[in-house]
Every structure is written in C-alpha cells, then in structure tokens.
Design a protein around this ligand. Structure first.
Ligand SMILES: [Fe+2]
Ligand SMILES: [Fe+2]
Length: 234
C-alpha cells in the first residue's frame, strides 16, 4: 500500500460520513407536506425536534398581489439557491478541516444553514414557486469551492466563512429593500437568516479566521453574483 493510502481512505470515510449526515439531517420536503410540518419542539424526529421554529409562523401573509408575489418568489428562489450552496460549502470545508473543534464549529453553522434551507423551501412552496432548476449545479460548484477553502487550512477556511457570511448579510439587506413591503412572511425569514449569518461570520473571526486577499474576495463576490442573477430567472 502506498503512503497516501490511509489519507485517501480517511478522506473517503469523511466524505461518506459528511454526505450521509447532510442527507439524513436535511429535510427537503415536497411542497404540500411542508406546511403540515410541526414547528420546532414537535415530535417529528431528530431534525424536527432540534430545528428552530419557522420565522414566518403565525405571521399574516399580506394582501395577495400577483406581481408582488412573483417578485417575492424570485427573490426567495435566489435565497434558496444560496442556502443550497451554503450546505455544500460547509460540507466541503468540514470534510477537510484539520482541527476537530473547527470541524464541529463548521457543522454547527451548517445545521443552522439547513434550517434556512427548509425555511426558504417552505416559503417558496407557500408562494407557489419552485426552487432553481440549477440547484444541483450550485451545490456541485460550491462543494468544490468549499473543499478548496478547507484544503487551504483552517485559518483560511474560517476566513472564507467570515467573508462569505459578510457578503450574505449584504445580500440579504439588499433583498429586504427589494422585497414587497407587505410580504411580512418572507421579510421575517430574511431578517432571521441575516441575524444567523452575522453570528456565523463573527464566530469564524473569533475562531481565528484570516482575512482573505482582495482578489479572492472579489472573485467570491463575482461568483455569488452569477448565481444570484441566474437563480432569479431559472
Ligand atoms: Fe443561511
Ligand atoms: Fe451562515
């Protein structure tokens, strides 16, 4: 056996474990089942029991306006695509994290991102809309980027989290300005996600995240721009 054998096996095992956890842990329910899901604290199972409550629970949907509804659906589809990407980024990074503490921190943030994914999915279903058809592409590309960030070392990987979350907070603030005023449900979700993303970023900096070079930050913003512009339409 070559010396790289155990490393390859370890990476393979981590990948299988991580993907398994991702699929087991995430709920990607079909529209129609979503609205019946119990709120957090329900007895639905491991994830349902630990998942935070849907931020739009009990909030008035606002007056129906087809044009405003279409805009909300497009914006929430972009946010859903972003959360699909977040799952893959964190998975790639966690897989290649050196320090077990860093890996646990990445997994903890990923669990919150999974709740965001569920919320966006549920809101899309309420709006009668579908997720982006290119979600698998966002997932695959983000997984590769996450793995590359993880391979660069824990300090850079945490720096990547900090920068990503900073950009996501900016993005959500822009969406809150664009969302129809009376789409209270989508707004509640975006506000809650913004709080969580800000906390993820702060924790990554506190854990030793290194500031990324300007060209890298620029490229990240450009890649995110391509995804948001495309998911808005497809
Ligand atoms: Fe998120
Ligand atoms: Fe986040």
């Amino acid at each position: 056996m070559t010396r790289s054998g155990p490393i390859v096996h370890d990476l393979r095992d981590r990948f299988i474990l991580a993907v398994d956890r991702w699929f087991m842990g995430r709920r990607f329910p079909r529209p129609g089942r979503v609205a019946d899901d119990p709120p957090a604290g329900g007895s639905g199972g491991r994830t349902a029991a630990s998942a935070p409550a849907y931020p739009a629970e009990g909030i008035e949907p606002g007056p129906p306006d087809p044009r405003a509804g279409r805009l909300s659906a497009r914006l929430m589809r972009v946010n859903h695509a972003g959360e699909v990407a977040a799952q893959a980024l964190y998975l790639g990074q966690s897989m290649l994290a050196r320090d077990p503490g860093v890996r646990r921190a990445l997994d903890a943030a990923a669990a919150e991102e999974r709740a965001h994914l569920d919320w966006c999915r549920r809101r899309l279903s309420e709006l009668g809309a579908r997720p982006s058809r290119l979600d698998p592409l966002w997932w695959a590309g983000s997984f590769a980027i996450g793995a590359a960030a993880g391979a660069a070392g824990d300090a850079s990987s945490l720096g990547f989290v900090a920068e990503t979350e900073r950009q996501v907070v900016d993005h959500l603030a822009r969406h809150l300005r664009r969302l129809p005023r009376d789409d209270y449900r989508s707004r509640a979700i975006c506000h809650r996600m913004m709080d969580d993303e800000r906390r993820h970023g702060t924790r990554a900096v506190q854990a030793g995240g290194r500031r990324l070079p300007t060209p890298v930050r620029f490229m990240m913003r450009a890649a995110a721009g391509v995804m948001t512009a495309t998911a808005y339409r497809i």
